[in-house]
Design a protein around this ligand. Structure first.
Ligand code: SPD
Length: 277
C-alpha cells in the first residue's frame, strides 16, 4: 500500500490519501504521470503530485466544465478542448449530437495514452472519429491554427508552469479571434475559497476581451479548495439564462443545475471588486 501526500504548489493545503495502490508511474517529457487505485475514489490520475481526476467524482467536474457552455450555444459543431488530455471533457463534448469535430490540444500526449490504458471510462471517447488530437501547447495552437470554433474549453492543470499562458489576457484575445460570432469560452479558474484573487484576475482578463463574462461553480471533493469555479465568456449568447433543454444521458447536469451553478450577482461583484470573502 502507498500513501500520497499531495504536493499542490497552487494551494495552501495538500491532501493525504491513504491505502493507495500505485498502478502506473512514468516521467513524460513534461511531467510525472501516475495512476493510483484508492478504495473510495477508485482510479486516480495524478500529474506532478497533484490529483487531476478520480473515477468517483470526475463526472461532476467534466460535466460542469463542458455542459454549461455547450448548452448556452445554439448548436455547437466545432469544439476545441485545450488541456484535458485525459479525455473526460472530450467525452462530454461528444454527447452533443450537433458536434462535428472536437479538437483536443494537450502539450503532453502521454496523458491521453496512459488514461486510455488505465481509466478507459474517462478516455474512451478519444477514439471517436470526430476527435482530432494535437500534442502541442494551447497558445501556440491558437496562433498557428486559423479555424474557428463554437465552444472552447480550457481544461487545464493549475496555473503554474506551462499552464500559466492559458490564463493570460493575450491568450483570451487569441481565443476571441478563433471563436465564431456566437462563440463561448470556458476555463477552470480554481477555488473561490483559496484563490478568489485569481478568479478576479481571470474575470478581469476575460472582460478585457469579451462583452459577456460570468462565473459558475461546482463542489469538487478532490481539488484543494473544493469550491471550484469556471469562468465563462461569450461573444453574444446569454450564458447564464440562455441554456437549451439538456441533452439526454447525463449523470448530474440539468436545467436546475445550470441555473443554480452561476454565482449570485452580489457574490460575483464582491469577487470582481476584490472584497470576497
Ligand atoms: N488542483 C487540481 C486542478 C485540476 C484541474 N484540471 C483537471 C483536469 C481534468 N480533466
Amino acid at each position: 500500500m502507498a500513501d500520497l501526500w499531495e504536493s499542490d504548489p497552487f494551494s495552501p493545503i495538500g491532501y493525504h490519501y491513504k491505502d493507495l495502490t500505485l498502478l502506473h508511474e512514468e516521467q513524460s517529457e513534461y511531467q510525472t504521470v501516475q495512476i493510483y487505485e484508492h478504495p473510495f475514489f477508485g482510479r486516480m490520475l495524478v500529474l506532478d503530485g497533484v490529483v487531476q481526476l478520480t473515477q468517483r467524482d470526475e463526472h461532476f467536474y467534466h460535466e460542469m466544465i463542458v455542459h454549461p457552455p455547450m448548452h448556452a450555444h445554439p448548436a455547437p459543431k466545432q469544439v476545441l478542448v485545450i488541456g484535458g488530455g485525459d479525455g473526460g471533457s472530450i467525452r462530454e463534448v461528444l454527447r452533443h449530437p450537433s458536434v462535428e469535430t472536437a479538437v483536443l490540444v494537450d502539450i503532453d500526449g502521454r496523458v491521453s495514452d496512459v488514461v486510455a490504458e488505465w481509466i478507459p471510462s474517462v478516455a474512451s471517447a478519444l477514439a471517436d472519429p470526430r476527435v482530432e488530437r494535437q500534442d502541442q501547447g494551447g497558445a501556440s495552437f491558437l496562433e498557428a491554427d486559423q479555424r474557428r470554433f463554437d465552444v472552447i474549453v480550457i481544461d487545464s492543470t493549475d496555473p503554474v508552469g506551462p499552464a500559466t499562458e492559458l490564463f493570460e489576457s493575450a491568450f483570451y484575445a487569441r481565443a476571441f479571434h478563433r471563436l465564431s460570432d456566437d462563440g463561448i469560452i470556458v476555463t477552470q479558474s480554481e477555488s473561490l475559497h483559496f484563490h478568489a484573487d485569481f478568479v478576479r484576475t481571470v474575470q478581469q482578463r476575460m472582460a478585457e476581451n469579451f462583452p459577456i463574462v460570468d462565473c459558475y461553480s461546482q463542489a469538487i471533493a478532490t481539488y484543494a479548495g473544493n469550491w471550484w469555479t469556471f469562468s465563462i465568456a461569450s461573444k453574444s449568447p446569454d450564458v447564464r439564462n440562455g441554456a437549451r433543454a439538456p441533452i439526454e444521458g447525463l449523470r448530474y447536469y440539468d436545467a436546475d443545475v445550470h441555473r443554480s451553478a452561476f454565482l449570485p450577482r452580489r457574490v460575483l461583484d464582491q469577487v470582481r471588486a476584490g472584497s470576497f470573502p
